[in-house]
Design a protein around this ligand. Sequence first.
Ligand code: SF4
Length: 426
Amino acid sequence: MTGVFSLLPEGRPGLLDPLLSGAVLPGGSEDLSRYLAAGGYTPLPDPGRLLDRIAAAGLRGRGGAGFPAAVKLAAVRDTPGTPVVVANGEEGEPGSVKDRWLLRHRPHTVLDGIRLAAAMTGAARACVYLADAPAERAVRRALAERPAEPRVDVVRTEHTYVAGEESAVVRRIDGGPALPTAKPPRPFESGVGGAPTLVANVETLARIALVHACPEAADAVAGSHLVTLAGTGRAEPGKDAAGATALAEVPAGTHLKVLADLCGHGGADSVLMGGLFGGLHGAGWTDLPLDHDRLSAAGGALGCGALYFLHPEDCPVAVATEAAAYLAAQSARQCGVCVSGTGALATALTAVARGEAADDTTGKLHRWSRELPGRGACGLLDAAARIVATLLAHFPDRVAAHRGSACPACANPAPEDGHRFTVPVP
Ligand code: SF4
């Protein structure tokens, strides 16, 4: 099963709602005339009032950190200089497809969000930053038929785990490599060409467009999420579930078990959340709601909203080892602690998976998972450390069971390319 689903109550505006966003032919892109008819590109509002509305609705950024969107917009507006707005469509998490889907199918909604963000910050220039060729074609088509202001450039980057990190975005747009830089300064202080820069995820911008188009439903728009659902395991009886994936739009607070059921992974017994950023979670995960604060309190992270479900026959040690190896391979190799830290985590986990770990390996993994977070220039090292920390916290018996011998899943490891986590764009 692969598809696009909405769990929003009837009448609640959403990004998967074809009536609100304009008709989309199968495999096609948003049609301008229908988008206009549906309330898109309406005259610019009072920028302060729209910012207040976004703040009151509690819209949080959808790139991963969940930072309040209104605070970020105001910080860019209030920094001296002429701001730049960047729509960040490069989703580095291999298990997330929402941003590419939006750019491919709802380019006008994203461009409308750019227009409104530019009005709120005072920007005269904007960029769409992406790596996906079909998304680029859709955005260029939409740019050719949309209102001319503000000026919007398209900047193509490579698809890597770190290319969408906000300082990497700025560096790439300025002609450098798509690699993170040390902070401060943050992009809102000194970004593209030294200007105060809003780097906003494309879903965040699309939700700003919806808040403007449907002010009466601003809370509902801000309280809905696009999530990418995937997993492995055997199909449930009568269902073609193995490897099933879905893009879904759901209300905040939806329980993760409901999302597993939605995409045919109702038999899952654990989950990898936030793409690779939120770690592995076992007992009790079914009671967790889709909520930044609740998932953080549980030691996880919502991140970009990608969930990967594991079934009883899957081995969490194998999944963690594969994820750690992928992250080590994706390290931008700029920070010494990241190069050595991700390498050490991946090597130690591989030893555990093969049943070749020394007596002190688990102790070292515990210590590294506590000491490494926050020490790299971006979140990649944190992701690797959290995967280890959550594996040890939620699956101590499964880790201990690998002492002396590998389980069948670990005896046949997958390649380090992250393919297990990669989801096709529906
Ligand atoms: S933490 Fe790792 S991936 Fe991030 S910038 Fe440093 S070396 Fe690169």
